[in-house]
Design a protein around this ligand. Sequence first.
Ligand SMILES: NC(=O)c1ccc[n+]([C@@H]2O[C@H](COP(=O)([O-])OP(=O)(O)OC[C@H]3O[C@@H](n4cnc5c(N)ncnc54)[C@H](O)[C@@H]3O)[C@@H](O)[C@H]2O)c1
Length: 286
Amino acid sequence: MTTLPFQIDLTNKVAVVTGGAGILCGQFVDALAACGAKVAVLDLKLENAEKKAKEVQEQGGIAIGVEANVLDKESLKAAHEVILDKFGPCDILINGAGGNHPLGTTTKEYLFEEDLKQKAEDVITFFDLDPQGVQFVFNLNFLGTLLPSQEFASDMVNREGTTIINISSMNAYTPLTKIPAYSGAKAAVSNFTQWLAVHMSKVGIRVNGIAPGFFVTAQNEKLLKNEDGSFTERSEKILRNTPMDRFGEAHELIGTMLYLVSHDASSFVNGVVIPVDGAFSAYSGV
Ligand SMILES: NC(=O)c1ccc[n+]([C@@H]2O[C@H](COP(=O)([O-])OP(=O)(O)OC[C@H]3O[C@@H](n4cnc5c(N)ncnc54)[C@H](O)[C@@H]3O)[C@@H](O)[C@H]2O)c1
């Protein structure tokens, strides 16, 4: 069983984790199951969702893998029906599916005049950003948080201890270079977290977020590590701006997630996005 920073009792609670087969949210799946929740692992590919659920079952936890595309209402509806049938109504929703795309990313941090005059073919400037790439990233992160919230919050109205946790990012506070689409989309996720917390406040659903700092995962590995495993220039820059001098480890997000899920611990905490970042967002660089 996963090692937990502390135990909370989630027996008979149903948790839905989108992107649950991924690296960070996979940790949330393990932790929720270790606290006794029945966990639905939602992910794009059934095979990956089921693989994660099987891992949980082998550890003695209760989980099912369910295929769902967070951008497709019909697919979410179908997943919801499976979960209602197997587990019952959702108490905890973690909106973890998200990510960036190369088509919403500039090659360089800054625009240089020479890149306009004699542009190398493989250089993507701001002017080359593909609207579809930008839209993909906006949709995946923002709509991909809003649509599952619409689907599963309907189970939560006026049932005690229900909660939604969104996953934002450092770039929601100040945009990171190269990734305007992802930065804007995560800013939208943080903003929506506040909006939804206010909107749902009369029907007892708390809505909060977690803004992870920098964690090395499959998604960002190419940006952060060279082929030989050494850190890229970008990684070195991140580390210089992280006062704790290191990347985070996925299990370090678990304590914040459990705190936000626990009605006993955080019943009056609503509409906040908690950074878990080794003080990156607090540091001005000076
Ligand atoms: N890794 C980091 O340092 C970091 C930092 C800040 C925020 N985040 C955020 O944390 C969350 C998890 O990231 P991760 O690093 O574990 O990434 P990951 O790629 O390991 O996990 C993301 C999961 O989401 C799933 N997914 C993608 N599109 C989907 C869709 N349309 N429908 C359903 N599932 C879909 C993927 O299949 C994958 O399993 C993301 O929202 C990410 O933006 C990550």
